[in-house]
Design a protein around this ligand. Structure first.
Ligand code: PHE
Length: 466
């Protein structure tokens, strides 16, 4: 089970690009706006930002630290943290074995695989819209949003094909290895996309509905929240920051000695949160202007093309936007696939290519279920939720928090205080000392409380008690 040689990030910038690249994706642009709408607007945005910094950031720091200190991906990292005397706290004289804790790692890799499959389906939707948008410009009838949505909704085979193509593209990049694969792709996409997002958000904010949209997004109207809103906020924060499934542990394991983890985590969280807020500024004025009868996971695709249609260079912006969105989805998928592969490499004898193909096939097989959600399972309705929303909720608001809880519990319980403190305290200032105490409190008390609370809420909801 000896780890293979680990290539570290070539540059500090390379790490940021990859970590922000993994965090930044469909979670920000596609999921954040529609979950905000489902939870009533400003009150939810408030909860989301609060949890991003109070809960997400400390957990992110913990995962990066686990990777950096063990130089392993999550399964072996859990094992090493328990077994290595340099890293691990001894509770009494008895030596704890890693065999139970290793399940925490295994569970998070499984969750990672499930998220990859679900993510690949939505990435397929983006591919579909990219093609439709492109082709629509050259056909006499133009680009028809409703028609494109209907074709996608009703054709399960199309969704399976798009998902498989996406997984194949991701796979090829991952087989080429971390450095060349991730840095090259993400490095080129991110700045262009952020620029494009800002330009489009400004355009959207010049619409007459902008004032209402700003009020909807920023006025914390807590009365519109539901009992489940805190649970949705926790799930979304974990998802959007890529926490709880070992991705950030893998990225942390490639960090070089000199990188200060708290600062790195803070930058990643801030960037990711700002990008989500920009996505809201882009989508909400359009949504309020349009007033569609029904929204949901289709929100982004329903609204954005209308803005593009009104722009002078709409075709150019549209194609550029969908290409960038697809690239962002690809970067996040690379992070997901890479972390399953990195774990397989450490615990099996597979080669990188074999591990990647194996993961790709498994993801395609699982992905068939969400890919059929709007066609074959289109009539399913469980307490107002369609099949896709049901899967989304089970995965992001149920399984992901359980996985995040396991990893954070292990770090809080096993990581030696001195080793964690070293990562925070780079000088003798009180500020860094305080930062450590705060982090430790969140890991030991607050994170458990909040995540356990939301899991209980999810279970009660599932059982129909509330
Ligand atoms: N954070 C990504 C997004 O917002 C999704 C993701 C989750 C990527 C977990 C990797 C791991 O789109």
């Amino acid at each position: 089970m000896s780890p293979r040689k680990r290539t570290l990030w070539g540059t500090k910038f390379g790490f940021y690009l990859a970590a922000v690249g993994s965090a930044f994706g469909l979670g920000n642009l596609w999921r954040f706006p529609y979950v905000t709408v489902e939870n009533g607007g400003g009150g939810f945005v408030f909860l989301y930002v609060l949890f991003a910094f109070a809960l997400g950031l400390p957990l992110l720091i913990g995962e990066l630290m686990l990777g950096k200190l063990t130089r392993r991906s999550v399964i072996s990292a859990c094992q090493r943290l328990v077994d290595d005397e340099e890293l691990s706290v001894r509770v009494g004289a008895k030596k704890e074995t890693s065999s139970n804790w290793i399940w925490v790692g295994r569970f998070s890799v499984l969750t990672c695989l499930l998220i990859l499959s679900y993510y690949a389906v939505i990435s397929g939707w983006v591919l579909h819209f990219l093609m439709q948008f492109f082709v629509g410009q050259f056909s006499s009838s133009g680009f028809d949003v409703e028609k494109s949505l209907t074709v996608l909704r009703e054709n399960g085979i199309l969704q399976i094909a798009l998902m498989s193509v996406h997984i194949l593209i991701t796979l090829v990049i991952v087989i080429k290895g971390v450095q060349e694969g991730i840095e090259k792709w993400v490095g080129n996409i991110m700045p262009i996309f952020i620029g494009l997002l800002i330009v489009l958000a400004l355009k959207s904010l010049s619409l007459p509905s902008a004032t209402d949209a700003l009020r909807f997004m920023f006025y914390p109207n807590f009365a519109s929240l539901t009992v489940y809103s805190p649970l949705h906020a926790v799930g979304h924060v974990l998802f959007t920051l890529s926490i709880g499934i070992g991705t950030m542990v893998t990225f942390g394991s490639y960090l070089n000695e000199m990188t200060r983890i708290p600062a790195a985590g803070f930058r990643v969280t801030t960037m990711d949160t700002l990008i989500s807020l920009f996505a809201g500024l882009l989508i909400f004025p359009l949504l309020i202007g349009l007033m569609p009868a029904k929204t949901g996971p289709e929100l982004l695709f329903q609204t954005l093309p209308r803005l593009l249609a009104d722009l002078d260079s709409g075709f150019f912006f549209g194609v550029a936007f969908f290409i960038c969105l697809y690239m962002a989805a690809l970067a996040a998928s690379i992070g997901l696939l890479e972390s399953v592969v990195a774990n397989l490499l450490e615990v099996t004898k597979l080669t990188r290519a074999q591990a990647a193909w194996f993961t790709g096939f498994a993801a395609c097989a699982v992905g068939v279920i969400p890919a059929l959600s709007t066609s074959k399972f289109g009539n399913v309705n469980v307490r107002g939720l369609g099949f896709f929303e049901l899967l989304d909720s089970i995965l992001i608001n149920g399984i992901l928090p359980v996985s995040a809880l396991g990893v954070s519990w292990l770090i809080a319980r096993k990581l030696k205080r001195e080793r964690a403190e070293e990562e925070f305290v780079n000088d003798e200032t009180i500020a860094t000392q305080m930062l450590y105490s705060h982090w430790s409190f969140v890991m030991k008390v607050l994170a458990r409380g909040i995540i356990l609370g939301s899991i209980v809420l999810a279970l009660l909801g599932l059982l129909g008690v509330i």
